[in-house]
Design a protein around this ligand. Structure first.
Ligand SMILES: [Zn+2]
Length: 477
């Protein structure tokens, strides 16, 4: 019996006062609480009532998120919010009193990540619905998305949402953020932008963003090659990576040489061997966002049946779906036709680039750029995975883009993004086998976040409790 448990037993028997127990423990309250919890757990090992905080997924094909071969008839154990055991049935001890989740022959995967979203809300990519934040956070969790990178927002807005989710007062996925874009003198998205003129303004913006706790800096299309170069060096002084969406004046290989951490969209071009080698040498990643290019191409609107999928229909205000249906079926202007045609080409070329760079060893990271027409928070990731498979990745490679590769982008592979002991227990359980049919990632039965089974019905869009907000204005220039 440990010293602490002996003292606790003595206290319980009245030989010790609790005060004396606490004082003699000579520890912080936190340590004492831990000791008490451990002692009570020991005491209850012989109780009849379930006392375990463990949650166990049984009868599941385990897709580990690392790209390894799936484990058939697997068991995943989580306790205290972390994964504590993984393996075939029989090889993993199931804690007494654990909550058992029977996957019924389906698959368990890590929670998915969308590393290119904008939490400003709405559906068309220009108007915003900031007051509707909870419906978007809910849609992400409902769809098994347990991590996002908000890659352009109004700083205090995204700061507060992240703080409230972190504090547990708002339901939502783990949020990484860049705050506003850092753009040149004529910003494309003025309300979401710090507009830089020179290295001094860059330095001042990076200092402000660092103080605000951003996870990365987003460099935008108006920056010159010199400005991108300066931004990377200045951000490195604050230990912040730079993710870029380049304009036509900066070539992607030049940005790689500058040391950008990632491209916010697939940098479409034929990369020569030296350029690819430079990407691999530098560890440059690509956030793929094929979903938004598909949106611009309008390919997805040829058949609007996809809007009936539960990941969309159960999470989206019906008035947004009405707006989208009107948008998708309206007669297009010549200019709109030209844009759609150009983006049809761009989609095919981007898929070619994804395949080329992936095969060479450049990490692909799933991102969608939600919201845009037909690109939804939550469902968008599942669409992105399908598009990655269409580009030529295997289903397991596509899933890895939304799991391990996403975590690695943020330097968090020791924290989340795989089914490995020690990592946070963010898990999605689906019917079917996504390792063979990527569309099966959509067939979600359960979502577990930090070791807790979520009530997906409570996350679904509800006319009775939703604020009813509509979009307003436009954040585009
Ligand atoms: Zn974006």
């Amino acid at each position: 019996m440990s010293d602490a448990v002996a003292r606790l037993n003595a206290a319980l028997e009245g030989r010790y006062t609790l005060d004396r127990f606490l004082v003699e423990g000579g520890r912080s309250m936190k340590a004492v609480t831990r000791t008490l919890a451990a002692a009570l757990a020991l005491a209850c090992a012989t109780c009849s009532a379930p006392s375990s905080t463990a949650i166990v997924v049984t009868n599941a094909l385990i897709i580990d998120g690392l790209g390894g071969p799936p484990i058939a008839d697997g068991v995943v154990v989580a306790d205290g919010g972390r994964i504590t055991g993984v393996g075939p049935a029989g090889s993993v001890t199931i804690p007494v009193g654990a909550q058992i989740i029977d996957a019924d022959g389906g698959a368990v995967m890590p929670g998915l990540a969308d590393m290119h979203v904008h939490m400003l809300g709405g559906w068309d990519g220009e108007g915003v619905d900031m007051l509707g934040y909870q419906r978007y956070l809910n849609a992400l969790l409902y769809s098994g998305v347990t991590t996002v990178l908000d890659i352009g927002s109004v700083l205090p807005f995204i700061q507060q949402i992240r703080a409230e989710v972190d504090a547990g007062r708002l339901a939502g996925p783990r949020i990484y953020m860049v705050g506003p874009l850092v753009d040149g003198p004529n910003p494309a998205w003025p309300p979401l932008t710090y507009s830089a003129h020179d290295a001094n303004t860059l330095r001042s913006f990076v200092a402000q963003l660092s103080a605000a706790g951003v996870d990365a800096i987003k460099g935008y299309v108006g920056l010159s090659e010199e400005m991108v170069d300066s931004l990377v060096r200045i951000a490195a002084d604050e230990s912040l990576p730079v993710i870029v969406h380049l304009g036509s004046s900066v070539s992607p290989p030049a940005a790689v040489r500058s040391g950008v951490r990632a491209f916010a969209h697939t940098p479409r071009r034929d990369w020569n061997d030296d350029e690819v080698a430079a990407m691999i040498g530098r560890g440059t990643a690509v956030i793929t966002t094929l979903a938004v290019i598909e949106s611009f191409s309008r390919r997805r609107f040829q058949d609007l049946a996809f809007l009936d999928h539960s990941l969309i229909a159960s999470t989206t205000p019906p008035w947004f779906l009405d707006d989208l249906r009107r948008f998708a079926s309206a007669e297009m202007s010549d200019r709109q036709v030209a844009i759609a045609t150009a983006n049809t080409v761009r989609l095919m070329e981007s898929m070619g680039t994804v395949k080329q760079l992936h095969d060479a060893g450049v990490p692909m990271v799933s991102g969608t750029d939600a919201p845009y027409p037909g690109v939804f928070q939550g469902e968008g990731v599942h669409r992105e995975l399908e598009l990655l498979v269409e580009a030529g990745l295997s289903p397991l490679e596509a899933i890895t883009a939304a799991t391990r590769n996403a975590a690695a982008l943020m330097g968090a592979e020791g924290e989340w993004g795989a089914i490995e002991p020690g990592l946070v227990a963010d898990l999605v359980i689906v019917r079917g086998n996504p390792a063979e049919n990527i569309a099966d990632t959509r067939n979600i039965i359960y979502v577990i976040q930090r070791g807790v089974l979520l009530d997906r019905d409570a996350l679904a869009f509800d006319l009775q409790t939703d604020l009813g907000s509509r979009t307003v204005g436009s954040v585009a220039n």
